[in-house]
Design a binder for this molecule. Structure first.
Ligand code: HGY
Ligand code: MN
Ligand code: MN
Length: 416
């Protein structure tokens, strides 16, 4: 396949779904700054170069491909998504948006087409927070809104700190902020991403246009009780951290089920210590992820869940530590860009575009602090994501590529 196409984009995402581009033997885990991340950046840089771009790694470890505009000092249109993945994730979450950016540039390079703006394809290093407990770290750096990250922040596996991981990668934690594009002539940021939900498939549509991205709070909670012998500690005497956590999990589900405006709450990770069958759990570290279409609904639900967390700690005599790890406001996409994206989708699909709110978070939420943003959604089978069963079709991806190149043409007409 030597020409840009949906099929080539799918094939490339699939190639990157296994070793050496994955840290897992039998699935995909591509953590920020790990060896599989380095191998993936090298492969993407090859494809960027073949597409007529120059490439660089910025101070936060993001990979950037640059397709010159009509003049060297032309402003930039950024197109991108994230390179990292969740553990045992799908091949297309994030990566499809990076690859579609490369395919769109390759399409124009083959035609010898240049624009009054440069096209820059950016692969963000850390969106998922799957290596360090801090998602979207590197788009914060690019958007110029990175609050000095703790260089001693340990990764989830506690094998490295942010500083040592960056150092191994040839970067310096103290200079991550130099990735900032604040003050640069960045015209807009566009992200193509799988929907990760069932709407497009249920309506028989290949593409959708994102109107807004849901608000998010993510907490890391620690309950410390008392480890003890499972055979000898009487029930009334126990300070069982896991039993307490179980109460919180069910309360979070109950509160979210009763909510409105797309409210969802998830306890997704749970670390039980010491984790032995014959020991009363002494300590549990778990996460609580709360999202909704508006900040107000997110905040109300989060407060309700936090109140339960505190009540359970008091009643069960558990020490408590709560850390807010992710605090993302509901983010509307730029109305003018969204209209252009709707027009592009309408042109390629022959039907009025479907607007929808994204429950999943994206780097576009952060890039909105830097420039106007727009997002294109692509149907994924069963809406399945963060799961190796995640899949897209060549045909849908081809339609997405045509929508992206059409959008860039409309963008040139409007802003060129
Ligand atoms: O959690 C999210 O919404 C995204 O996958 N990081
Ligand atoms: Mn994801
Ligand atoms: Mn994603």
């Amino acid at each position: 396949m030597d020409r840009p196409s949906g099929a080539r984009a799918v094939a490339r995402c699939t190639e990157l779904g296994r070793a050496p581009y994955s840290q897992m033997e039998d699935g995909l885990f591509r953590p920020y700054l790990g060896p599989s991340y380095r191998a993936t950046c090298d492969r993407l840089a090859e494809w960027m170069t073949q597409a007529g771009m120059t490439t660089r790694m910025d101070a936060a470890g993001n990979l950037i491909g640059h397709y010159e505009g009509l003049t060297p000092d032309a402003p930039s249109l950024l197109i991108g998504s994230h390179i990292d993945s969740v553990r045992d994730g799908g091949f297309f979450d994030g990566m499809l948006g990076v690859i579609l950016g490369i395919e769109a540039v390759a399409h124009f390079a083959r035609a010898g087409k240049r624009f009054p703006f440069a096209l820059e394809v950016i692969g963000f290093g850390d969106e998922e927070g799957s290596r360090f407990p801090s998602g979207m770290l590197t788009s914060h750096a690019v958007a110029g809104v990175l609050e000095a990250p703790d260089p001693d922040m340990p990764d989830w596996a506690e094998t490295a700190t942010l500083a040592t991981a960056l150092q191994e990668f040839g970067l310096d934690a103290g200079r991550m902020h130099e990735a900032s594009r604040r003050g640069d002539p960045v015209l807009a940021y566009v992200e193509a991403h799988i929907e990760q939900g069932p709407v497009l498939e249920s309506e028989g549509r290949a593409l959708g246009v994102v109107s807004a991205i849901a608000a998010q709070h993510r907490y890391r909670v620690t309950y410390r009780g008392m480890a003890g012998h499972a055979g000898t500690v009487a029930m009334p005497l126990r300070r069982d951290a896991l039993a307490g956590t179980a109460e919180v999990i069910l309360a979070a589900e109950r509160i979210a089920r009763a909510g409105t405006d797309g409210l969802v709450a998830t306890v997704g990770s749970l670390h039980v210590m010491p984790g032995a069958a014959n020991v009363v759990p002494g300590e549990v570290v778990f996460t609580v992820d709360v999202r909704a279409g508006t900040n107000a609904v997110r905040d109300r639900a989060a407060e309700e869940i936090l109140a339960v967390i505190r009540q359970v700690a008091a009643r069960r005599d558990l020490e408590l530590d709560i850390a807010l790890q992710q605090d993302l406001d509901a983010t509307p996409c730029d109305p003018v860009l969204t209209e252009l994206m709707e027009q592009a989708v309408g042109d390629v699909s022959g039907a009025p575009a479907r607007l929808l709110v994204s429950g999943a978070g994206h780097d576009a939420m952060i890039m909105a602090h830097l420039a106007p943003v727009s997002m294109l959604f692509i149907r994924c089978a069963g809406g399945i994501s963060h799961n190796p069963a995640e899949s897209v079709t060549d045909a849908d991806t081809d339609e997405a590529l045509r929508a992206m190149t059409t959008f860039i043409g409309l963008f040139e007409r409007r802003f060129g």
